[in-house]
Structures are given as C-alpha cells and as structure tokens.
Design a protein around this ligand. Structure first.
Ligand SMILES: Cc1cc2nc3c(=O)[nH]c(=O)nc-3n(C[C@H](O)[C@H](O)[C@H](O)COP(=O)(O)O)c2cc1C
Length: 450
C-alpha cells in the first residue's frame, strides 16, 4: 500500500553494497495514444501528430543512448466497452484506441537504432503462426538480429468477436494453443539451416536445397507443412517474451521464454515471482538464468526529493479523485464492467476469462473498489526522488530480489523519457548497476550477457 514516503537510498555509498552483477533495462510502451500524455503538461503538440512515428523514434533513440536491452510495444485488438457497456469512456480519452498496429513501427525503429532490441506484441489466439514466423524472421533478418516477440493470448471477449468468434476461448485452452503456437513457429524458424544461404556465384547456387526442409507439423490447434519461405533468422530464434502471471502463464513462460515481464507492486511479490519462475524453469529442464525476469517500474522524479514527493502526492490525489480511471482500465484487462458495482461495498471474489493474474492482484489491494482503485499499482512505484536517489533505491531493490531487470513505463512524454534515460540511467551507470556500452551486436546476446 502507498506509504507516501520515498524509499530510502540507504547505505549505497558503502563499498560493500555496490552491485556486483549489473541488471538489465527495458521499456514497456503502452501503445494506445491516450497514455502518451497528449493533454498533459509536456505532452508535445497536443496530439496533432499522434499517428506519426516520431515520438516512438525519439523514444527508441533515447533508450539506445541509455543502453537499454529492449523496447516492448504493447498491443490489443479491440475497442473496449467495459465501462457502462459503452465505448465512450475509452474513445473520448484515447484509451486503447486509436492504437496503430505496432509491427510497421518495427523496421522504422530498428533503422533509427543500431543495438536496441525491438519487441512487438502478437496474439497467439488470432495470428496465423506461419505468417507470424515469416514476419518475425523477416524483421530479424532486416535488422540483423535485433527483434523479439511478446506472445499474448488476447484476453478480451471483444477481440475474439473481431475474429468471428461469439465468445473467447477458455483461458487455459488459450495457453494450450499458445504453447503449440510457439512450438510451431520455432520449428518453422529452424526449417532452414543456419548456412542454407550460400550465394555461390560459380556454382550457380543461392540456397543449398539440402539445407531446407518441410516440418510437417500437425498439432491439436495448428498444422503447417513448411518450410518457411524465408531464411533462418540471424538469432536462430528471435527473443521470446511473455507477461502472463497466472500459473498457466508462468508454466508457458518457463517452457519457452527468454524473458518474462511482471507488473507487481511490492518487493515481496517480486521475490515470490522470481523464486517461482526460476523453480518452474528448472523443472522444465532449462538453466534458470536462461529466462530473464523484468519488473515494471514507474518512478517519479524531481530536482529534489521534496519536489518528487510533491509530484507523487499530486498523482495519488488525482487517483483518489478519479477511481473510475483505474476501474475502467482494469475492466479492459479482465472483461469486467466495474461500473455495475457499488464502489463502497465489499467486492468479494470475482472470476474472469481475461487476465487472471492481474485480477487476483487487483482484488488483493483492498476491500471495496474505491480502496482498490486508491491502492492499485501497475508495477512498482515506490521510487520517488532525484535521479540519484531513485537509482540508489533501484539498486537496493534489485539486490533484495536477486535479478534480472526492470521495465520502465509511464507516460510517453519526451520529458518523462529524458528523466529516465538522461537522469536515472546515468546515475545507475555511475553506480555500476547497468551497462555503459552494449556487449554484442545482437539482441539475445546482450540479454544473456549477464
Ligand atoms: C506487464 C504486462 C504486459 C502485458 N502486455 C500485453 C499486451 O501488450 N497485449 C495483451 O493482449 N496482453 C498483454 N498482457 C497480458 C498477458 O500477456 C496475458 O495474456 C494475460 O496476463 C493473461 O494471462 P494470465 O491470466 O496468465 O495473467 C500483459 C500483461 C502484463 C502483466
């Protein structure tokens, strides 16, 4: 629960508390326009350029300057009507729509950078696996190994209806599909050997046919003969990411993923998540460090700690004055219309076919919806202060949880981005907590470098 105080940077000037292993950094970009702060101070041109890629390009360049591992582009496939059964709340605030498809952004962002990993989101419930395998392979080839993929099962009933279903598939079935989906696309990426493209002018051979073969995949949900009609991606298998927090989501991650992102708001939850995920990864027969875990954080910065605290207080006051914002947002993640409940009555147990991990955390924040809306955090927010103070606190948190990285999020104003990339990250670098230069050229190599 929010305490209203900065977390102490403590004893970081003591030699023995300095980090020995650096941690990783990512940025979680809420991809709908409403989160870009268009009507906030520092919101830029009041949204006039919302459809243009310039803000994303500036963001990617800033992240690369700060040696981030990757930028994740969130996505969803519906216009919500989870507040009062209407789309009005969301459309008028540009929450979740308009939202351009993130995939065309990928080559623009890789062209504007040279090392940053770019991770678009795709739905394992609605994307045809062959098309996805080809699309991601193409992007990885064009960027020389800097692309990943955030696999989501898509949780909204309205998304399912956009693809012709009356009702969405059941939560656990979606994960069974996702499991098969990833297995299939991975096999398609392997349908060409690494050295299949020979380009031998003298022999008149571009591709060695002996090094390309069908996969003849027949599963419960998908089938594909293969081979892929483009070459093996430079990373072999582009970086695989996912964020589902339910037991099924964690099992899916443990089996396949290179990186998991978690939006939890206390150190205790981070420790639990990390211990559980590493146990699951080991049980799946993989080394625990093969699957990185990044926690979503949203710091509040200021010139002084007092100024940052004041900004944080204002943010909390806004939250308390407008509980409908958190409730309507949660409605889109859980397919529950919270406007239908008494905001001051005990809420009790609820179930969802949407994001189960997220709903469970949400309901644990209080007795009534008003309490929950006041207390709920999408990620860890107890990072309030000057860049130096926040950097020190991040190092302490990471030492407490043991690894592997943080995903920054929050409003995508150029001001907020600069506070992180030109304020917090240089302070982290001075502490030796994050890299000061990329170790490798390709995305996975950097992610696995420590
Ligand atoms: C930090 C975070 C980011 C996510 N990003 C997306 C996204 O971009 N698109 C989406 O459809 N789902 C997204 N999800 C949803 C999950 O990937 C997952 O499908 C959902 O949480 C259901 O899983 P669960 O029931 O295992 O929690 C995100 C979840 C979290 C916690």
């Amino acid at each position: 629960m929010w305490s209203g105080t900065c977390i102490a940077a403590g004893s970081l000037d003591r030699e023995d508390s300095l980090p020995t292993t650096p941690f990783h950094l990512g940025w979680f970009l809420g991809n709908s326009f409403g989160v870009h702060g268009w009507n906030q101070p520092w919101g830029g041109r009041d949204g006039a350029d919302w459809a243009q890629p310039d803000l994303h390009i500036d963001l990617a360049r800033a992240l690369e300057r700060a040696c981030f591992d990757y930028l994740l582009l969130e996505d969803s496939l519906f216009v919500p009507d989870n507040w009062g059964g209407s789309m009005d709340f969301y459309l008028s605030r540009a929450l979740r729509a308009p939202k351009n498809d993130p995939l065309p952004l990928v080559p623009l962002l890789t062209q504007a950078t040279s090392h940053l990993g770019i991770v678009p989101t795709i739905s394992t419930s609605f994307y045809p696996p062959y098309l996805l395998a080809r699309l991601i392979a193409t992007l990885d080839l064009m960027s020389d190994g800097r692309v990943g993929c955030n696999f989501v099962t898509s949780t909204a009933e309205r998304a399912a209806q956009n693809f012709g279903l009356d009702h969405h598939m059941e939560h656990d079935t979606r994960y069974e599909m996702a499991d098969e989906f990833v297995e299939l696309v991975t096999r398609l990426w392997s349908s060409w050997d690494e050295d299949a493209v020979v380009i031998d002018r003298d022999a008149g051979m571009f591709v060695d046919p002996a090094k390309v073969r069908p996969i003849d995949f027949k599963g419960r949900f998908f089938a594909s003969r293969g081979p892929l009609n483009t070459a093996r991606p430079p990373q072999g298998r582009p970086v695989l990411v996912q964020a589902g927090g339910s037991p099924q989501g964690r099992a899916f991650a443990a089996k396949h993923m290179d990186c998991v992102i978690a939006a939890v708001s206390t150190i205790a939850e981070m420790k639990e998540f990390r211990a559980d995920l590493r146990r699951r990864v080991t049980t799946a027969g993989r080394a625990p460090d093969a699957c990185k875990l990044f926690f979503v954080v949203q710091p509040t910065l200021g010139e002084t700690n007092a100024e940052a605290l004041e900004r944080s207080r204002r943010r909390q006051a806004h939250r308390e004055a407008h509980p409908e914002l958190a409730l309507a947002q949660m409605g889109t993640l859980t397919d529950i219309d919270f406007s239908a409940f008494d905001i001051d009555a005990p809420i009790g147990e609820l179930t969802t076919n949407g994001q189960q991990g997220t709903l469970k955390r949400f309901l644990a924040q209080g007795r009534t919806l008003r309490e929950i809306a006041h207390n709920y955090r999408y990620g860890y927010e107890d990072l309030v202060g000057t860049p130096e103070h926040v950097a020190g606190a991040m190092v302490e948190v990471m030492q407490e949880i043991g690894g592997d990285g943080f995903m920054f999020s929050g409003p995508v104003t150029r001001r907020h981005v600069a506070e992180i990339t030109d304020g917090v990250v240089p302070a982290l670098q001075r502490l030796g907590a994050v890299r000061t230069a990329y170790e490798h050229r390709q995305f996975r190599d950097n992610l696995m470098a420590f």
